[in-house]
Design a protein around this ligand. Sequence first.
Ligand code: ZN
Length: 313
Amino acid sequence: MNNDKLWQQHIGEHDNGLFLLGTIDVPIFLLKISDGWALIEGSVEPLAPLILRQLENIVKDLEDIRYWFITHSHYDHIGTLSLLYPLLPNVKVFVSEATKRALCHPKANEVTYNLTQSLYNIMPEAEHAQSPLLETKVPLADIPVEVLEDGQEVHFDSNHSMMALATPGHAKCLLSFYEPKYKRLYVSDTLGEMVSPIRWEPLIFQNYNAYINSLRILQKLNVEQLVLGHHGILSGDLAQNAAQRAESDVARFIKESEHVFLTLDKDIAKTTRYISEKTRDSTATFVSKKLHYNGTLLMLKLAGVIPEVELIE
Ligand SMILES: [Zn+2]
């Protein structure tokens, strides 16, 4: 099979009961299970009206949505919770302990709110929620959640389950999910940003060693399908080899960034701007220019490319 077939980017139904909803850049996943449906990921608030229409088309009765697996607390992975949770009377929301803390944290919720507002200007598909969807909106802190520990499984039936895997490094709270029945791995942002199936840009926003360690844990899994936090679904060799490619591309990123830093006379702002401009195209519809610059600066520090503290000579 060629790479086109191994990288699926369509909205709607995929293999083995999986549906990709929202948009290809900021999706939410819907999974058929024996007694209903499960959701994975949370997308962004400006896509909530679209996602609701998509869900109503496929699911028919929203009462049948029973599980919602949240990978991490970043604004582009929890965005529809406040609007859609109240419409799903039987749903249980699963998160990591650190995500639970973030959802209750006023400062974190303020960051989520501000980043969400910026999306209404940059996302072509953004829609403001109208009545009645708007009337039932709940604060993130008021949504009851269940905590999953590393390795813990949620059983849908005797041979179908979802296993949580702690994969920090991009974010402390990040959980990947593994569905053993279909050897399907939901990695969210653990592997970084996929520019193409053979090129990854790292997204190290919490801890470098944890990031590499998470990539190595995922390399040991048997993966037939790799479901990404952004840009689609990989199958076959592309899926199995992605975590290894992502690790090699961390090394490439560091080497290239160190070269840029030296070439630009160790000017931190110029280096960050240059690298951010070169790598931001694939996320331009849901990551503002300013956020991308700040993320790049943080990553260059965490990866040891530029010093943590600027030395005055
Ligand atoms: Zn993230």
